[in-house]
Design a protein around this ligand. Structure first.
Ligand code: GLA
Length: 726
């Protein structure tokens, strides 16, 4: 609900459990007054205190008044160069060369329905509401429109900004953050999700110290190294208690998430596109729209924030027909064969897979052009007839006869120098004149900011997709950007290239979606290098990590779970010893871990023993039985894998709490271990549950408050699943 009091100029956004408020004060400065647990309303600006603070400048119109400074007041969208020395939200170069931006309130409007963003991913839903607040720089022609979307039931507030040049000379934008959140002084922690290729989204929590701290990506992608989802929380906050804020950017390019603890202890979070290297020429009359950011505040700890993000992503970000819906259990040949396969090998795998309950065969890298290793072939999206003599049109029907759908891997954004496409269009690769350009995985990035490149890719993909019945595409992207430069832009606009690339990528993905609405697209960037809400709008699942080791995955999936629901998390069972780290784990455990995602296999099923096949058959059966619960249930983290209690546990609980699936995996073993009593969460305290179909009726309250005794398990990396039914 949006409440506008135009007399006091207090604007309040209420969600089910939270309230967010701002006020345009007597100086027309838009102050942030409150974001936290829901309160009745009224003017909360009484919370703001004024004092004469040394070296904090005062606006000129206040004459001799010294207790008013932009530097000491909570701003709704911070300015630069005119009195606030904390993190700016926008940076500009005015026509006179100054880097100054002052923003004062002009007007506001609330309207039913959530704003939409042309060409950018966004939350959507008929029940959403929009608040638009217009600010203007009194000394220049720049206008900033702050947009807020409110989804009450999800406690979700989305934000973005539109910056307009109302003058007749161009202005340069050097930063346009999507979100600025000023919180009052408090002892708070910043939580980020960081790592590397094959080690994505490890959770890091650290107290905010004075000054700026944060994460970001300058790689042209959201990156393996840092994720555009961050949290701020009270020092004492945990899963079930304490105030916490989650903020995510719906953007798949470089980003910056920075938190600053100021000289007076107050906290500012700024989230948006990466300013480093960004610069956008805003011509007269033009408007720049920043990507959307999403915020959820939970007064009761991380779990409820996670539940709200998961529900909002499933129901208000992902789009039909895959929003929160069933996805086929798949087998992918990558770790089974790498580049060394042909149609017969794939059919062999499919023949093994079909009777085990697997419904989709994904042919990974190597099926096209002269792609026999990762030094060549990218860009040539025509079938390699040596490997697939009959083409896709012969393979797909044979798979269908086996009861399997067909999917394939593509990496459209890239080109190998050893390819027909590169020989024909070397200028389509992103690289500045006179520079050799760094390689990543021996490949170059195609300049998706250019229409002709996108048109070519769309047509190439269309020929592939029209040639056979293809149900699924894995859209990969395997390097970081360097040498960012576009032949299509003049020198003064080169700072636009990286963002125009992402806009081009989104346009291409949207075109594909319009042309093939039933096609399931799985995002991927060397695993989870572009795991963000922006990509999820176009690709409803993303391969979570190239690390398929079940034990490493516990931490990766734990970190991923804070914002992203299991239905989006690509997770497969792979061979043991594991390809990435050589670890040996039981097949059962690998199944338990992968089942907490989209589920599938990434191994040569032809090499499985009859016992292993039987385990796999049972796993797919279990996944089909529990799939709905995993997709739609509330996710509970029951342990902290970074604290290493000897096990990792989590649960999916049905919204009506009548059913739950609890999973637990042990670490490396040691003798004389303490017994584990696992305290469950989210159950109905008054209900009685059967566990794994047993006779005993277990009271929900006892399972939660006293716990369930985990039977001692021998050996490393053991697992169990408890299926509870009330
Ligand atoms: C990336 C993906 C893998 C696989 C390979 C193929 O690394 O993440 O899953 O598809 O590319 O080259």
């Amino acid at each position: 609900m949006i409440v506008l009091d135009k007399d006091t100029r207090v604007f309040t956004l209420h969600t089910q459990n939270t309230t967010y408020q701002m006020k345009a004060d007597e100086n027309r400065v838009l102050l942030h007054t409150y974001y936290g647990p829901r309160v009745g309303g009224g003017d909360l600006s009484y919370l703001i205190q004024y004092a004469d603070r040394g070296f904090c400048p005062n606006p000129s119109e206040l004459g001799r008044r010294r207790d008013y400074s932009l530097d000491a007041l909570p701003q709704e969208y911070s300015t630069c160069g005119v009195g606030d020395f904390r993190l700016p939200s926008a940076q500009v170069e005015q026509p006179d060369g100054s880097r100054l931006l002052d923003l004062r309130y002009e007007s506001c409007e609330a309207r039913p329905g959530k704003y939409a963003l042309e060409g950018l991913p966004a939350f959507h839903g008929a029940e959403g509401e929009t608040l638009s607040v217009l600010l203007r720089d009194p000394s220049s022609s720049l206008e900033v429109e702050l947009l807020y979307g409110v989804f009450e039931a999800y406690d979700l507030i989305t934000r973005t900004v539109r910056i307009r040049n109302r003058g007749n000379r161009p202005v340069r934008l050097n930063q346009a953050a999507s979100l600025c959140l000023d919180l009052p002084p408090a002892e708070m922690d910043l939580i980020t999700f960081d790592g590397a290729h094959v080690r994505e989204r490890w959770m890091n929590r650290a107290p905010l110290r004075p000054g700026v701290q944060g994460v970001g990506s300058t790689r042209g992608t959201s990156s393996h190294q840092h994720n555009p989802f961050v949290m701020l929380c009270g020092r004492d906050a945990g899963e079930d208690h304490g105030l916490c804020y989650g903020a995510a950017l719906l953007y798949s390019g470089g980003f910056q998430a920075a938190a600053e603890r100021s000289q007076f202890g107050d906290i500012r979070l700024v989230l948006g596109m990466q300013p480093q290297g960004f610069s956008w020429v805003l011509g007269p009359g033009e408007c720049f729209t920043a990507p959307e950011a999403a915020m959820i505040c939970s007064p009761n700890g991380f779990t409820s924030m996670t539940h709200q993000f998961h529900r909002a992503v499933r129901e208000r970000l992902l789009r039909d027909p895959y929003a929160g819906k069933q996805r086929p259990v798949l087998v992918n040949n990558w770790e089974a064969t790498y580049f060394d396969f042909d149609a017969e090998k794939l059919l062999e795998i499919a023949r093994e897979a079909a009777p085990l309950g697997i419904r989709l065969l994904v042919m990974d890298d190597g099926w096209f052009g002269q792609r026999n290793d990762d030094f060549g072939g990218l860009g040539d999206w025509t079938v390699n007839r040596r490997k697939l003599p009959g083409g896709l049109e012969a393979l797909a029907p044979r798979l269908r006869e086996l009861g399997m759908q067909f999917g394939l891997w593509v990496e459209p954004e890239m080109v190998s120098e050893d390819s027909a496409l590169y020989r024909e269009h070397p200028e389509w690769a992103m690289r500045a004149p006179g520079r050799p350009g760094a390689r990543g995985r021996s490949q170059l990035v195609l300049d998706l900011s250019r229409r002709e490149v996108r048109d070519h890719l769309f047509n190439a993909l269309r020929s592939v997709l029209d040639s056979a019945e293809i149900a699924y595409v894995k859209w990969d992207m395997n390097r970081s950007f360097t040498d960012i430069w576009s032949a299509a832009l003049p020198p003064e606009r080169q700072g636009e290239t990286a963002h125009r690339y992402i806009l081009g990528l989104y346009e291409l993905l949207e075109r594909l979606r319009q042309a093939y609405p039933e096609l399931l697209v799985e995002g991927c960037s060397g695993g989870g290098g572009r795991f963000d809400l922006g990509m999820l709008y176009y690709t409803p699942q993303i391969w979570c990590s190239d690390n398929s080791d079940a034990i490493d995955r516990l931490r990766i999936q734990y970190g991923t779970s804070f914002c992203y629901p299991p239905v989006c998390v690509g997770a497969h069972v792979s061979a043991s010893p594991n390809e990435q780290n050589g670890r040996v784990t039981p097949l059962e455990t690998r199944g338990v871990v992968a089942m907490s995602g989209t589920f599938g296999y990434e191994m040569d099923l032809c090499r499985c023993t009859p016992e292993e096949r039987e385990i796999i058959r049972r796993q797919t059966e279990d996944f089909h039985r529990y799939g709905e619960l995993i997709r739609q249930g509330d996710y509970y983290r029951l342990s902290e894998p970074f604290q290493d209690p000897g096990y990792t546990a989590w649960a999916h609980v049905a919204p009506d709490r009548r059913e739950a699936l609890v999973s637990l995996v042990t670490g490396s073993t040691w003798a004389a271990q303490p017994f584990v009593t696992l305290k469950l969460k989210g159950l109905d305290p008054a209900a009685k549950y059967r566990i794994n179909g047993g006779k005993t009726l277990w009271p929900g309250d006892a399972l939660m408050y006293a716990g369930y005794p985990i039977p001692p398990m021998r050996g490393d990396y053991q697992s169990l699943q408890l299926h509870l039914e009330a």
